[in-house]
Design a protein around this ligand. Structure first.
Ligand SMILES: [Fe+2]
Length: 265
């Protein structure tokens, strides 16, 4: 059971997190940092995992790629699960590889009935193998694919039901995608089955040429905070994690963002 605000663990903050004078209550580990289980950093991370509850976040299941699930990747994630004992594992609703070629992006796809079945099958295999709940995360997107048969939120709702999995709702990504596609945030949120939302992500984006771009490089924007407040008021506490990946600030800045989020729960 998680309480309070969590932080996406970045190596820069390991020593700060070992101290007790901060408000971080749990950690989200980026799975793709730990594929080499002989990496000495893993011992430090394990020490932190003994102190804080943790969850595991992956970026390379590439669920929307054609073909079967990547068994090598799944085995590697299983090894990390065995080392760190996370409460759940998550990844994005996207594709990030074609065959053996990694694209290093989380890319959108058409929300079709065929894709719904395809991804649901993969999620069932993941949950069965890892023996952990799996959460699917909404990405930030910059194009919609015209062959879609339903909205992103409808797809997520149906997928979670079909695969019997959880949802990791990225509040910043909702704002980014709805802005970029001129879609309604209210409609998006009204379509999401919040009973399945087990985690929230909060992060900062930038604006460029009237597009919002999800950079994880800034403090959380005011409109994202406002949406967060509404979600918490309506649905109560949902484990919330701050993500910061670029232009990593000092720990005092991270702590300030954590304190802001604490003010809403
Ligand atoms: Fe996220």
């Amino acid at each position: 059971m998680l309480t309070g605000i969590g932080l996406g663990l970045r190596f820069k903050y390991i020593e700060d997190l070992q101290q007790n004078n901060h408000a971080v209550k749990w950690l989200e580990l980026l799975a793709d940092h730990y594929h080499d289980i002989n990496n000495p950093i893993i011992a430090k991370v394990q020490q932190l995992c003994a102190k804080f509850p943790c969850v595991l976040h992956a970026v390379n299941f590439s669920l929307a790629s054609s073909g079967e699930i990547n068994q090598n990747y799944l085995s590697s994630i299983k090894a990390i699960v065995d080392l760190c004992n996370p409460l759940w594992v998550s990844d994005h609703l996207s594709f990030s590889s074609i065959g053996d070629i990694h694209l290093h992006e989380l890319l959108p796809f058409a929300f079709t009935e065929t894709m719904l079945q395809h991804i649901a099958t993969k999620i069932k295999i993941i949950q069965h193998t890892l023996k952990r709940p799996f959460l699917i995360e909404n990405i930030s997107s910059y194009i919609r694919i015209k062959d879609s048969q339903m909205s992103e939120a409808q797809f997520i709702a149906r997928l979670a039901q079909q695969a019997d999995c959880g949802i990791l709702l990225d509040v910043n990504n909702i704002v980014v995608s709805c802005h970029n596609h001129n879609e309604s945030i209210e409609e998006y949120c009204a379509t999401i089955p919040f009973a399945r939302v087990k985690q929230l992500h909060m992060a900062g984006a930038i604006t460029k040429n009237n597009l919002l771009i999800d950079t994880h490089s800034r403090p959380i924007a005011a409109d994202v905070m406002q949406l967060y407040r509404k979600i918490i008021e309506q649905h109560g506490y949902i484990p919330t994690c701050l993500e910061w990946d670029m232009d990593l600030p000092d720990f005092a800045t991270i702590s300030k963002e954590i304190e802001k989020l604490n003010g809403f729960i």
